[in-house]
Ligand binder design. Sequence first.
Ligand code: SF4
Length: 332
Amino acid sequence: MTINDVKQMTTNDKLYYAKYNRSKYNYNDILDELKNCTVCPRNCYANRFTSNLGYCKSDASFNIASIFAHHGEEPVISGEKGICNIFFTHCNLQCTYCQNYQISRNNENLSQHNLELSEVIDKIVSILNTGCNSVGFVSPSHFVPQVKIIINELHKLGRYPTIVYNTNSYDKVDTLKQLEGLVDVYLADFKYINSDIAEKYSDAYNYPEIASMAIKEMYRQKGSSLIINEKKQAESGLIIRHLILPCNIENSIDILKYIAEEISTTVYTSLMSQYYPTINVRNDSALNRTLNAGEYKRVVDAMHEFSFHNGWVQELKSQSYYLPDFGNEKPF
Ligand code: SF4
């Protein structure tokens, strides 16, 4: 039986199926992946049950900085009630300009936010009970085993929200294959097509190659269709996002060209102009300012030139609106 079959069931049938399914699930198998971790392309082989952690400095627990109903995503993702976004700590990329740097830095000083699984589930369910019907995992690539457990715990409770995998796309194809049937919507960044820029800004020379393969795998799973329900919320599909960086316009145009030539011009794309310099890039002459109108126009023109049919182009305004503060209960 597939997840889609279960979603068609009545509430009573879902609860019966959930009870039957509870005894079948063994989390030890999933957590064993973290004993010799190759979850993401860094392939550290770290034992995340010890203090000898890998590149992402993440252990085997549920390191979550924040869970809240977020209204700032694309309209089809946020919907009227917002999406219940789960922000993991640390990251398998270390982007110099990261807007979420308060929670994404892989240094020992970053405070751990280890939650019990039951706390995570209680918080998600309390948000779902407000009428929100989707759950988003934000920067989850280094926490995929925990993501699978959270989804399965929700299913055990008879809850089948739309699952959104909101990723930097530094993901392994094999890991993404494990998510087939569990993830409904892939919200995938495509950051760089140039390896030198990827190395300079994100410490990942092979990002273009890895992200290209990852996005092609997401496209294999979902294709170009974005299924939108009567509440105008996405229920299934792929959206490729690109954040335009100032002084890096050729990278943006080359990414659009690559998507058009190698993936599809009918895939949904989201062009983002919201880049805002954080304190960490004040000495970077390229990244210490916002995008200007001329730069943005060049990328938007290219998007039209390559004949993309579907998606969103963010307005060039209010960049500071998107800069979160994870010191607050609601960071955005
Ligand atoms: S998830 Fe973390 S420990 Fe595992 S391979 Fe990636 S960076 Fe290394």
